[in-house]
Design a protein around this ligand. Structure first.
Ligand SMILES: NC(=O)c1ccc[n+]([C@@H]2O[C@H](COP(=O)([O-])OP(=O)(O)OC[C@H]3O[C@@H](n4cnc5c(N)ncnc54)[C@H](OP(=O)(O)O)[C@@H]3O)[C@@H](O)[C@H]2O)c1
Length: 254
């Protein structure tokens, strides 16, 4: 069996109706995982799931807004009911309602970012990891950002939340490693998705960004998916508590 095979695995991916989450769902399905496509929009999830099923994969669609505990609980119980116990959890959905200096961020926006980007990861891990442990182990992948590795004058609160993802991965890797549950982050640089559209559609911001990336371009969603497949598969079986940076070299360049 391939080192990267996900045969007989069940993967739950939040925010997988488009962008990075969708690419991860499609590539995990390609490797044999049964995947749950999830976002706030059931129709959009069904479309992606139908595409995967049409390609010979196996996917179901379950709507869930990560801001609500009861919806997270429903997502997990419905996944278990329809597919079985979860082996792979990808905490991908996140939000950023504010762009500007930390001094001026409205309290409501600050709370919203912390609740969604840190709180939902924490809560989903609480709901899923004990079952993984009972089943002999599993892999949790949190989609962080290179924003969590650098200071920022415009994305401060978002960057705090993305740095927290890396710490959640380290904490849970220590807590659950003895039960063979691995927890890691992926930290992408700028990727061509709707989430970051304001950055890559603006020619000045685009040029300023790629001029600092050794590969001189931004990333595409499928270029993040390979690392997620690796971390979920036996190729990643000794990797835990880590953050894999995928940014065209942006953070290592002077
Ligand atoms: N793109 C980048 O440059 C970049 C760089 C570094 C890190 N990231 C991280 O990558 C992750 C994915 O972002 P992306 O760029 O792929 O964004 P995207 O293309 O906009 O996709 C976001 C996904 O999350 C869903 N979503 C949004 N709010 C949600 C909520 N409250 N509950 C459940 N699902 C929700 C969206 O669907 P609905 O709106 O229909 O719910 C969609 O499926 C995020 O964690 C982001 O911080 C992105």
């Amino acid at each position: 069996m391939s080192l990267f095979s996900l045969e007989n695995k069940i993967a739950l991916i939040t925010g997988s109706s488009k962008g990075i989450g969708r690419a991860i769902a499609e590539h995990m399905a390609e490797q044999g995982a049964k995947v749950v496509v999830s976002s706030r929009n059931q129709d959009a999830c069904e479309e992606v799931a139908a595409g995967i099923n049409g390609q010979g994969g196996e996917a179901i669609a379950l709507a869930c807004n990560i801001n609500y505990q009861e919806q997270l609980e429903n997502l997990v119980t419905q996944t278990q009911k329809q597919l079985g116990s979860i082996n792979i959890l990808v905490c991908n959905a996140a939000l950023n309602p504010y762009f500007g200096p930390s001094q001026d961020i409205p309290d409501e926006a600050f709370e919203k970012i912390m609740h969604a980007n840190i709180g939902s990861v924490h809560r989903l891990c609480q709901l899923v990891i004990p079952g993984m442990a009972e089943g002999g182990g599993g892999s949790v992948i949190i989609i962080s950002s290179i924003g969590g590795l650098k200071g920022s004058d415009k994305l401060g609160a978002y960057s705090i939340s993305k740095a927290a993802d890396m710490q959640i991965a380290r904490n849970l890797a220590v807590e659950w490693g003895p039960k063979n549950v691995r927890v890691n982050c992926i930290a992408p640089g700028l990727v061509r998705t709707d989430f970051a559209r304001a950055l890559w559609e603006n020619p000045e911001i685009y040029e300023a960004t790629v001029s600092k990336y050794p590969l001189r371009r931004i990333g595409e969603p499928h270029e993040i998916a390979g690392a997620a497949v690796m971390l979920a598969s036996s190729a990643g079986s000794f990797t835990t508590g880590q953050t894999i940076v995928i940014d065209g070299g942006g953070t290592i360049a002077g």
